[in-house]
Design a protein around this ligand. Structure first.
Ligand code: GLC
Length: 516
């Protein structure tokens, strides 16, 4: 398998650096801390790490507000620490993917400081300014998307917080500046970028109002009360992506897009992938699916069917923006293992979120613990995203920091932690076993998919097939055993319930991988 295709064959492990490992005792994770935990990542068997943003930032949106794209925030370390991290990852065969937050900058970025200063400066048009509010656009984080700036009295556009002004991607200098940032990091050895809300880069040039849309939540949260046809997904976006792709291709790097979608489901991904656009884009259907065989099948099929021929699927169970899946889906550790079987055996690249290999659940935080801006704004209707970002549970005492963690550790840390994984039935064994299986099994890596493989109402099933081998995956989605007749002469490659005989019924919430 050529190295160029690592992103197709391996899995990516998302690290939220603030919450992975602190090395200074200030309660916030950092790059030297992260580096000290690479054994764990390597032993898991993933191919790459993706780091949520570590650039200098006032942390208004915890790093998704970048004040300098070409440096590292002192809370996370230095550029030298990043170089060292890249070096160490590569020495272990791990690729490094950074988070590219290019739809907007921080209002503390030098580009915006210049842009806001006066109406005639060279960077004025790097952001989107109007003398009066031109349309009805809303911020994803609530309220209007336009804020008046005292310096000139004009309004600037921000799709997120007022502290995150949107760049004007219709200005060619902005595009060139972003391409330079890509080159800066690719030259330092970075292997790819996850592109934050890339489908928002371009807006309709005339900034017309979005048509209204009926939604029960629209009064409290105006964003859902519109069809977002003018503030994102513009038809000339592929051109811009093509320019980014050309730079990535010069370095053999990979681009992974995160789309923001009209239905807030992020499922437009397929429109933006292919040989001259992004390598992959997240399709978040599983984040929004209920845990029933029928709903999960619909979510999976919607991605597989949407992709163009040169597209490549991605599978995401949890990330830093959504409630962690063991909490979303319930069903305890058995179901968390079954979910892993889904993400790790479908065709495409799984993106794992730190701690999911331990079955980490959503942190249950008090009002006083909430620091995420939308959580503060919409509590208790929406409690924000902090619950998905609690510190990694390394030992029975946590061992994330010697100080006071920036978010409280989950109360299940004493028994759910990385050292409590000796039991072969613990979740991490399913992750390690399936990641190893993928590496060594051609059918799971690149096989065609036969779907579905059973019409049992409670069981998800598919086959992955190459000329030399056929693998069958069965996932029992219910809390009772189910008999799906196995084929003679088949062999269990992995069972989350440690079943070894194919003739045995599927245990409650069992995921089983069988060589046919
Ligand atoms: C993306 C990020 C999210 C961030 C937002 C604004 O959706 O995943 O964490 O708040 O973009 O950058």
């Amino acid at each position: 398998m050529s190295d160029a295709a690592w992103w197709r064959t391996g899995a990516v492990y998302q690290i939220y650096p603030r919450s992975f490992q602190d090395s200074t005792g200030n309660g916030i994770g950092d790059l030297p801390g992260l580096r000290s935990r690479l054994d764990w990542v390597e032993q898991l068997g993933v191919s790459a790490v993706w780091l949520s943003p570590v650039h200098p930032s006032p942390q208004a949106d915890f790093g998704y507000d970048v004040a300098d794209y070409c440096d590292v925030d002192p809370i996370f370390g230095s550029l030298a620490d990043m170089d060292q991290l890249i070096h160490d990852c590569h020495a272990r065969g791990l690729k490094v993917v950074l988070d590219g937050v290019f739809n907007h900058t921080s209002d503390q970025h030098a580009w915006f400081t210049a842009s806001r200063a006066d109406k005639t400066n060279a960077k004025r048009d790097w952001y989107i300014w109007r003398d009066t509010v031109p349309n009805n656009w809303k911020s994803t984080f609530g309220g209007t998307a336009w804020t008046q700036d005292p310096a000139t009295g004009s309004y600037y556009l921000h799709s997120f917080l007022p502290a995150q002004p949107d760049l004007n991607w219709r200005n060619p200098d902005v595009v060139d500046a972003v391409l330079d940032v890509l080159r800066f990091w690719f030259e330092r050895g970075v292997d790819g970028f996850r592109l934050d809300v890339f489908n928002s880069y371009l807006k309709h040039p005339d900034l017309p109002s979005n048509p209204r849309r009926w939604h029960p939540g629209a009064l409290a949260y105006g964003y859902v009360g519109q069809h977002h046809i003018h503030d994102r997904d513009q038809s000339d976006l592929p051109e811009v992506l093509g320019r980014m792709r050309a730079v990535a291709d010069e370095f053999g790097a990979v681009l992974i897009g995160e789309t923001l979608d009209e239905k807030f489901r992020y499922d437009r991904a397929a429109d933006f992938v292919g040989d001259d656009q992004l390598h992959m884009a997240f399709h978040f259907a599983l984040l929004h699916s209920r845990w029933t065989a029928k709903k999960l099948a619909t979510a999976i099929r919607s991605q597989l069917n949407a992709l163009p021929k040169d597209g490549w699927p991605t599978w995401v169970l949890s990330n830093h923006d959504f409630q962690r899946h063991p909490t979303r889906w319930g069903g305890g550790d058995e179901r968390a293992k079954a979910a892993a079987v889904i993400a790790l055996t479908l065709p495409g690249t799984p993106f794992l979120y730190y701690g999911e290999e331990l079955g980490m659940v959503e942190g249950r935080l008090k009002r006083a613990d909430i620091v995420d801006p939308p959580g503060i704004r919409f509590w208790p209707v929406f409690k924000g995203r902090d619950g998905a970002r609690t510190p990694m549970q390394w030992t029975s005492e946590g061992a994330f920091t010697t100080g006071i963690p920036w978010l409280p550790l989950n109360p299940d840390t004493p028994w759910r932690h990385a050292e409590a994984t000796a039991n072969p039935l613990s979740i991490v064994h399913t992750y390690r076993a399936l990641l190893a299986l993928r590496r060594n099994n051609e059918a799971l890596r690149s096989g065609a998919t036969i779907w579905p493989d059973t019409d049992h109402a409670d069981v998800l099933s598919w086959q992955r097939v190459v000329a030399s081998e056929r693998v069958r995956v069965l996932v029992n989605t219910v809390d009772r055993s189910v008999l799906v007749p196995g084929e003679a002469g088949t062999q269990v490659l992995w069972s989350t319930a440690a079943v070894t005989d194919v003739r045995e019924p599927l245990a409650p919430n069992e995921g089983r991988v069988v060589r046919v």
